[in-house]
Design a protein around this ligand. Structure first.
Ligand SMILES: NC(=O)c1ccc[n+]([C@@H]2O[C@H](COP(=O)([O-])OP(=O)(O)OC[C@H]3O[C@@H](n4cnc5c(N)ncnc54)[C@H](OP(=O)(O)O)[C@@H]3O)[C@@H](O)[C@H]2O)c1
Length: 319
């Protein structure tokens, strides 16, 4: 394969791509220019590439070729197509990071010294978000477990992050996936089987909200219940019903920050009665994007810089 196999456009300005489905609706379109100001890189622009879910391999290869062969195309953040894009274009990368190899997906495409690189940032970014939500030693102190609706890329990344926690008290005794199809559960099971962990992982195939209610009700107090299904944004509804009882003193974590967010509203309705702490996906969004922008633009994402970028993003969100 060579650059002449694809119609590569010579960009006149440094361009950062966002490969997704409805990229124009994401907050990043407004946030990105404010971040370039903070970074002193206002010459860099963002451009969305909308692909269909499970698009043709050639569509993904064209997007990757644009970045690989055009000097002003700096890199990309990939959502939704993380697995499909890597499956379609694996041979075009000179380097994949260990998480990309383990999970079979990439969320970051960047270039370094003439090499095209792919990174799976989700274990880092869902992990950094979880670390912002719970204090160190949370699971040891509370004996809470994790219930994750959805065993796709982000759910699996969250488990991977917990498996990698060094301190026993930072790992839950049990992590339960509830997923619509058996295939995703098998993919997660295959990944876990290659790793050494003392976390007991359970895999339940269900997409029936009433059945999901009864699964959730059995969880101990202080558990974390995650909606990683995309329901309430990508598709309508919620994996549970309005009758589902969250565990007492639990944390409900909706992975999205935009859309109808039904799951989040169901949890908010129990904030007082069952002492449910509710989190949305905004901090996950900021961690996810800052990690990939740092990888593509090659800067050191220090905690101080993260705080500045987070503040800039929040002020744009508030507008
Ligand atoms: N805030 C952020 O920055 C951020 C970061 C990462 C992800 N997210 C959001 O989190 C969501 C998940 O992302 P992802 O990358 O993990 O997506 P994904 O790979 O498509 O995974 C979604 C999983 O949910 C399962 N599912 C769908 N409906 C279900 C139901 N009713 N009950 C049980 N399982 C169900 C799907 O099962 P099948 O495949 O079997 O149908 C799939 O395995 C997306 O909406 C994404 O936008 C947000």
């Amino acid at each position: 394969m060579s650059q002449f196999d694809y119609p590569v456009i010579k960009k006149s300005v440094p361009t950062f791509y966002f490969i997704g489905v409805t990229t124009g609706k994401s907050s990043i379109i407004k946030v990105f220019p404010s971040w370039m100001q903070v970074l002193g890189r206002t010459e860099v622009v963002i451009e969305g590439i909308d692909c269909k879910i499970h698009d043709d391999a050639q569509v993904y290869r064209r997007a990757v070729a644009q970045i690989k062969y055009d000097p002003n195309s700096l890199g990309a953040l990939v959502t939704t197509h993380k697995i499909d894009l890597l499956n379609a274009a694996r041979d075009m990368f000179e380097y994949l990071d260990p998480y990309a190899t383990i999970t079979g997906e990439i969320s970051s495409i960047s270039k370094l010294d003439g090499r095209l690189e792919g990174h799976a940032k989700d274990p880092l970014t869902s992990g950094a978000s979880l670390d912002a939500i719970v204090e160190p030693g949370y699971f040891g102190k509370t004996q809470g477990q994790v219930l994750c609706f959805g065993a796709g890329g982000s759910g699996v990344a969250t488990l991977l992050h917990l498996i990698n926690k060094k301190d026993r008290a930072d790992r839950p005794a049990k992590f339960t996936f509830v997923n619509r199809s058996q295939g995703r559960l098998e993919h997660a099971r295959a990944m876990v089987s290659t790793l050494k962990t003392d976390i007991q992982v359970e895999y339940i195939c269900s997409s029936d909200p009433v059945a999901n209610d009864s699964i959730m009700e059995k969880f101990p107090p202080h558990s974390i219940v995650i909606n990683a299904t995309g329901m309430g944004k990508d598709t309508p509804g919620s994996p549970i019903t309005w009758n589902g009882k969250f565990p007492l003193d639990s944390i409900a974590w909706e992975f999205n920050y935009r859309g109808e967010l039904d799951f989040m509203h169901q949890a908010l309705a129990q904030a007082a009665s069952r002492k449910v702490k509710v989190e949305d996906g905004w901090i996950y969004f900021v961690h996810g994007w800052t990690q990939v922008v740092a990888q593509v633009l090659h800067f050191d994402l220090t905690p101080e810089l993260f705080t500045k970028l987070n503040t800039a993003a929040s002020s744009v969100r508030g507008k």
